[in-house]
Design a protein around this ligand. Structure first.
Ligand SMILES: NC(=O)c1ccc[n+]([C@@H]2O[C@H](COP(=O)([O-])OP(=O)(O)OC[C@H]3O[C@@H](n4cnc5c(N)ncnc54)[C@H](OP(=O)(O)O)[C@@H]3O)[C@@H](O)[C@H]2O)c1
Length: 341
C-alpha cells in the first residue's frame, strides 16, 4: 500500500476570543508507505481537550504552540494496518499524540501499545487516560486528599471532574460539584453519587450556593474553572485547606485580562495551599493510578459519560463544544470504524 490520502485538521488562523469553525481547515495529505522500521496507523478515536486552546496561541508555554497551516496534534487511539517494525504488529492498538488526522506513519517513538482487554479502547483517552490521570494526580499528589475530607469540584461532570468526584467519594469524602446544566447535576448526584451538585448557571449567587453546600467548610478544592468558582472556594475553605489548580477554562478565550479573585488575602490568614500542576509532571504515579481505577471500575464505582462526534471533519465542532458545555463527559471524535472488527 502506498500514497494513501489522510484527511487532517490544520490550524487556519489563531482564534481571537472564542474559537470558530473558520479557524480550522480540512486538508488532504498524502501518506507514504512505511519505510524500514516504520508502521502505518489508522486512527479510530481522537480526543479534543481544553488545553489545546492554549496551544493555538503564539506564546511560550509548557507545550509549544500549534503552527498555522500545520496539522494539529493531540491524543488518539489507532490500529496498526501495515508494519515493518518488529515491535508493532498489524492489528495492534496504539495510543499517541498524532491525532487530528486519519492516518500516520511512525517509527514508534512516543507511540504506546494499549491492551483492548482493559475495556473500550477509547477509555484510554478519558477515564483510563490523561484526564483520569489528571484527576488522580491533582487529588492525591497535589492536594494530598485524606479520607473523609470535604471536597469541592468545578466542571464536575467533565472528563477530569467526574473522575475527581468518584475518587473522592470512594475515599469517604463529602463531595459537592458544580456543572452547567440540570441534566449534568442530576447525573452527578444519581450516578456519580456525590452529595450535592450546583448548577452554576441557574443558582443565582454562586458564592451563596457554595457557602450553603459546605456547612463544615471546604478542605480540598479541585479547580477546573477559575474565576468566580475559585473566589467562592477560597471564601469557604477551611484553615490549612488545599486547592489543586488544574485548569481555568472560564478564561481560556479571554482577549483582555480579567480581574482576579478579590479575596487572595485569605490564603495567608487561613494558611491555604493553592498549587497549580501539569499532569505530565506526575507520571511516576501511573501504576498507583491504574491500581486504584481497576479497583473502582471492577466494583462499579467509576461511571463516566462520553459525547461522540463522528468523522474527522467534525473534530473542530467537537473542540468548540468544550467551551459551551455541549459535551457531557469526555468529548471524543470517532474517526473510523475498527477496520477488522
Ligand atoms: N493541569 C493539567 O494537566 C490538565 C489536564 C487535563 C485537563 N486540565 C483542565 O481541566 C479542566 C477540565 O478539562 P476536561 O478535559 O475535563 O474538560 P471537560 O470538563 O470534559 O469539558 C469542559 C467543560 O468545562 C465547562 N466549561 C466550559 N466553559 C466554562 C465556563 N466559562 N465556566 C464554567 N465551566 C465551563 C463545561 O461544562 P459545564 O456544562 O459544566 O459548564 C465543559 O463541558 C480544564 O480546565 C482543562 O484545561 C488540566
Amino acid at each position: 500500500m502506498s500514497n494513501m490520502m489522510s484527511k487532517e485538521i490544520q490550524l487556519a488562523a489563531r482564534p481571537d476570543g472564542e474559537p470558530k469553525e473558520s479557524d480550522f481547515k480540512v486538508a488532504e495529505v498524502a501518506v507514504a508507505a512505511p519505510g524500514a522500521g516504520e508502521f502505518l496507523v489508522q486512527n479510530l478515536w481522537m480526543s479534543v481537550d481544553p488545553y489545546m486552546r492554549g496551544r493555538m496561541m503564539d506564546r511560550e508555554s509548557y507545550v509549544p504552540p500549534f503552527q498555522i497551516g500545520e496539522t494539529l496534534q493531540g491524543g488518539c487511539i489507532g490500529k496498526v494496518i501495515e508494519s515493518n517494525n518488529e515491535n508493532f504488529a498489524v492489528g495492534d492498538y496504539v495510543n499517541s499524540m498524532n491525532g487530528w488526522r486519519e492516518l500516520y506513519v511512525t517509527d514508534g517513538q512516543m507511540v504506546n501499545k494499549i491492551d483492548p482487554a482493559m475495556g473500550p479502547i477509547e477509555a484510554n483517552l478519558g477515564t483510563l487516560g490523561m484526564p483520569g490521570m489528571t484527576a488522580y494526580a491533582g487529588l492525591f499528589k497535589v492536594a494530598g486528599l485524606k479520607d473523609g475530607e470535604t471536597v469541592f469540584v468545578s466542571a464536575a461532570s467533565g472528563a477530569v471532574g467526574a473522575v475527581v468526584c468518584q475518587l473522592a467519594k470512594a475515599h469517604g469524602c463529602y463531595v459537592v460539584g458544580s456543572a452547567g446544566s440540570d441534566d449534568k447535576c442530576k447525573w452527578l448526584e444519581d450516578v456519580a453519587g456525590i452529595d450535592k451538585a450546583i448548577n452554576y448557571k441557574t443558582c443565582g449567587d454562586l458564592d451563596a450556593a457554595v457557602r450553603d453546600a459546605f456547612p463544615k467548610g471546604i478542605d480540598v478544592y479541585f479547580d477546573n474553572v477559575g474565576g468566580g468558582h475559585l473566589q467562592a472556594a477560597i471564601n469557604y475553605m477551611n484553615p490549612h485547606g488545599r486547592a489543586a489548580l488544574c485548569g481555568m477554562i472560564e478564561q481560556y478565550n479571554d482577549t483582555t485580562p480579567r480581574p482576579g479573585p478579590n479575596n487572595l488575602i485569605q490564603i495567608v490568614g487561613k494558611s491555604l495551599k493553592l498549587e497549580g500542576f501539569i499532569v505530565s509532571n506526575h507520571l511516576d504515579i501511573i501504576p498507583d493510578f491504574y491500581a486504584e481505577m481497576a479497583k473502582l471500575i471492577s466494583g462499579g464505582k467509576m461511571n463516566t459519560e462520553q459525547t461522540v462526534e463522528e468523522g474527522i471533519a467534525n473534530a473542530p465542532k467537537a473542540f468548540l463544544n468544550l467551551f459551551s458545555g455541549a459535551n457531557f463527559g469526555k468529548m471524543l471524535v470517532k474517526i473510523s470504524d475498527d477496520p477488522s472488527a
